[in-house]
Design a binder for this molecule. Structure first.
Ligand SMILES: Nc1ccn([C@@H]2O[C@H](COP(=O)(O)O)[C@@H](O)[C@H]2O)c(=O)n1
Ligand SMILES: C[C@@]1(CO)OP(=O)(O)OP(=O)(O)OC[C@H]1O
Length: 159
């Protein structure tokens, strides 16, 4: 078996609320997230990258937005399931590199806790999880603070 690479991307719109779920942590904010689940773009992009690495489809195929079971769901449930699919195929995570695109909230103060939480869900070392953030210099939908996006790249290694 060969090493495999995967890429994921996710977007959610802001709505009224008091915080956003990022990396399975609720980050205080003056907006919330519009989504079927908890709307965690970090975990959704990561799930899609992991699925993509083994050509296993995308998050919406495994957890359809039409399925009431996933309404308000904790996205850690999605990530644990995706990891179980990967492990069943004889692969483990090499590393994940995630980028959050947002003017606000600022990710820096929460980065270490987010990395630790994602590593805990996956069952890997914190050093295997990178979480970065960038503004888009006030350009586009993230720049106008209409929504938030995340991208993830992963490398999977055969056991
Ligand atoms: N939501 C964000 C956005 C950015 N950061 C940090 O600020 C740095 C500078 O961002 P630029 O878009 O101006 O390059 C960036 O490298 C991040 O460290 C952040 O924490 N949260
Ligand atoms: C996560 C799911 C779960 O129903 O819904 P949303 O929370 O809306 O998130 P999205 O990133 O659109 O992915 C699709 C679905 O799998």
């Amino acid at each position: 078996m060969n090493i495999r690479i995967g890429h994921g991307f996710d977007v959610h719109a802001f709505t009224a609320g008091d915080g956003v779920w990022l990396g399975n942590l609720k980050i205080p904010h003056d907006r919330g997230i519009l989504a079927h689940s908890d709307g965690d773009v970090v975990l959704h992009a990561l799930c899609d990258a992991l699925l993509g690495a083994l050509a296993l489809g995308d998050i919406g195929q495994h957890f359809p937005p039409s399925d009431a079971r996933w309404k308000g769901a904790d996205s850690a449930v999605f990530l644990r399931h995706v990891m179980s699919l990967i492990q069943a195929r004889g692969y483990r995570l090499g590393n994940a590199d995630i980028t959050i695109l947002a003017e606000r909230p600022k990710v820096g103060p929460h980065r270490a806790a987010m990395q630790a939480r994602v590593a805990e869900i996956i069952g890997c070392e914190v050093g295997q999880i990178s979480i970065k953030a960038t503004t888009t210099e006030k350009l586009g939908f993230t720049g106008r603070e209409e929504g938030i996006a995340a991208e993830a790249v992963v490398l999977l290694i055969p056991d």
